[in-house]
Design a protein around this ligand. Structure first.
Ligand code: WTA
Length: 634
């Protein structure tokens, strides 16, 4: 049996057993046979969840881009690495072969070096979904710079705080981005952000929209001009297995977003292995992950996982509704996509539209469908299965997190059973446990509890940039000696997992994780707002949407105007993705006697679960609950 490619259920069982009985041997075998190392490791694993400290492939030396690009050149240089589909369907798509990718990555790497970027420096990438985004990511990795991609839907303030958190030396952006019929002024957003970011020395600008933009001499440079004189070869920096590869920010329950740090070797081995198996990628398959590279899904399964396997990966610049709701299906037929990976929120949004947007398309090339980012409901699962997969494509409901780097729980298509709404079984190397609220492991097979992992897998994030204590506190302090995911889960009698959702103050809106605290901070910035509490309520397309309970300093204020103004504050501080769907202005918020806002009660009211409010008599102000219920927005 090849450990790397699981081909049947017996392979899965055998690999799973081996990965638990002798994890070091299991991962060493995979790492040895499928990657290029400049130097092998001295020790496979060293870990301690208490500190926490996790190291994989200790002492090994490598460069991930040699594994993503160089090693495919001899046999597959002419194969398409990136298939770019622009926002405007009348603009031609672009095929970038592995040979061309090597040249373009090396050129940008040379430009970065010429602009003073050295190994270990942080580079912020704020770009639309154009090939230069993937190329910039790889160029950073080529020279050992740490990339920090910020999703180009975040506001100037959100961008500035991420740049400052990791003191980025450079920003790579574009003159603008095309989204449907809109042009977004990305460079303008960067210019605004950079008025608050002392660490940034230079900005590289990709020309995409041709828009008029502001320019700061000696700081801003057109990338295409610098590339003209850049050499097409660039020796890869030799990295230590545990050198950081990238930082990616994710929302926390409180405070600033967390800069999750992923390191080189473990991330490489795990994303390559899971890409191969979860999608069963073969030969000349065309893989398409719709996630933006600004999120972990785009990092691991839009760029690194596919390229590590010499695959063809589709990159789509636009949105599913432009020019109309058939765009995804059009692209699948046009490029003969074999594996399609998207989010439940996109499926729900498309399922709500007329079936006539789907019916004209054959979708015959498809073999595997995937979902990620939030629980998928039954209805969406069946629509995806029946209308897109035509009953012939297994759906891999993949559960994982920014922090986990790669997929941890998922069916293997054609190998393990799929069950609607279940992420099903752990992949080899993954040891889930369910814990009760008393902090004990639930031993019964059929159970409902908090999902934890009791053993490290190679791509677990190693720390939070600049704040190791927060890393310990967030993930390793709730349960003794376990990594706590923040998710609740059910386990059925056969050991299949169904993720039920977050059990903390993170709300997943349209597949994006949002912490309530920063949104409340933004709302409270409005001069007329006294206090606020944000909760999530179920939404047919977004999964969850945001409901704000807000008390005002002046009860006579114009509430309609406030709705827009407060959402504008949120858009400025965070981005439009965090806007509130509902705002209820109230005379007070329910509080405990010690003055803590009782979000649990507000959550029940927003979700219309009035029967289970619990005891409110011990509150400081029980009368306000009655008022809120009376005026609740449905
Ligand atoms: C949720 C995305 C149910 C979960 C890769 C997790 C899911 C959070 C699934 C991480 C799934 C992700 N079923 N819930 N298949 N996949 N989640 O960091 O709550 O953006 O903790 O990573 O999304 O979101 P993140």
């Amino acid at each position: 049996m090849s450990n790397y490619h699981l081909q049947n259920f017996a392979d899965y069982l055998e690999s799973y057993k081996k990965s638990i009985d002798s994890p070091e041997e299991f991962w060493a075998d995979i790492a040895t046979n499928h990657f290029i190392w400049q130097k092998k490791w001295d020790q496979v694993l060293n870990w301690d969840f208490k500190k926490p400290e996790i190291n994989w492939f200790i002492g090994a030396k490598l460069n991930i881009t040699e594994n993503c690009i160089d090693r495919h050149l001899a046999e597959n240089g002419k194969k398409t690495a990136i298939l770019f589909e622009p926002n405007d369907p009348s603009e031609s798509s672009q095929s970038i072969t592995y040979e061309e990718l090597a040249i373009r990555v090396n050129q940008v790497a040379k430009v970065l070096r010429a602009k003073g970027i050295e190994k270990g420096d942080r580079v912020c990438i704020y770009l639309p979904m154009i090939p230069e985004l993937a190329i910039s990511v790889l160029a950073c990795a080529r020279i050992g710079a740490i990339h920090s991609v910020v999703f180009a839907g975040f506001s100037a303030m959100a961008l500035a705080s991420r740049i400052n958190d990791s003191s980025c030396k450079m920003v790579i952006t574009s003159d603008g981005s095309f989204r449907g019929t809109k042009i977004v002024d990305l460079k303008g957003i960067v210019d605004e952000a950079l008025t608050h970011t002392p660490s940034v020395q230079s900005v590289l600008v990709v020309k995409r929209t041709g828009s008029e933009i502001g320019w700061v001499a000696k700081r801003d440079f057109w990338l295409h001009t610098l590339i003209e004189t850049a050499s097409a070869s660039c020796l890869p920096a030799i990295m230590d297995a545990e050198d950081p590869l990238f930082i990616l920010y994710t929302s926390g329950s409180t405070g600033q977003p967390k800069g999750m740090v992923h390191t080189t070797a473990g991330y490489m081995v795990y994303t390559a292995y899971t890409f191969k198996n979860v999608f069963q990628y073969q030969g000349n398959d065309i893989f398409w992950c719709t996630a933006d590279i600004g999120w972990i899904t785009g990092h691991s399964y839009g760029v690194y996982g596919p390229l590590l396997n010499g695959a063809t990966t589709v990159m789509f610049e636009g949105i599913p509704s432009h020019p109309d709701y058939s765009r995804f299906w059009q692209i699948i037929d046009k490029h003969k996509v074999t594996q399609f990976y998207t989010a439940p929120t996109a499926i729900r949004a498309l399922a709500k539209e007329d079936l006539s947007y789907v019916l004209p398309y054959h979708l015959k090339s498809l073999k595997v469908l995937g979902t990620v980012g939030e629980p998928i409901n039954d209805e969406a699962w069946y629509w995806y299965n029946d209308h897109i997969g035509k009953g012939n494509c297994p759906i891999v409901d993949t559960w994982w997190q920014t922090e986990t780097g790669g997929i941890l729980i998922s069916p293997l298509p054609g190998i393990t059973e799929t069950i609607p709404t279940y992420a099903t079984l752990p992949l080899p190397g993954v040891q889930p446990v369910l814990m009760n609220e008393q902090g004990e492991e639930i031993k019964e097979i059929q159970a409902d509890g908090r999902l934890c992992l009791k053993f490290p897998w190679p791509s677990i994030a190693r720390t939070i940039w600049g704040n190791h204590e927060r890393y310990r506190e967030t993930y390793f302090s709730t349960f003794n000696n376990l990594y706590f995911t923040g998710d609740g889960a059910l386990r059925d009698q056969n050991g299949n997992y169904r993720i039920t959702g977050r059990v903390d103050d993170i709300i997943i809106v349209s597949g994006h994780n949002l912490g309530t605290a920063p949104i409340e901070d933004a709302v409270n910035e409005h001069p007329l707002v006294a206090e606020s509490a944000i909760v999530g309520f179920p939404h047919a397309v977004k999964g969850f949407a945001l409901y704000g309970f807000i008390t005002l300093k002046d009860e006579n204020a114009n509430q309609e105007a406030l709705f827009n103004e407060i959402n504008q504050f949120i858009t400025n501080q965070i981005g439009a993705i965090a806007k509130l769907d509902k705002m209820q202005f109230t005379s007070g918020l329910p509080k405990t006697r010690s003055g803590k806002i009782m979000r649990r009660i507000l959550l029940k009211i927003a979700c219309n679960e009035l029967d289970s409010l619990g005891d409110i008599t011990t509150l400081l102000n029980p009368e306000v609950v009655e008022e809120i219920i009376q005026n609740r927005l449905t």
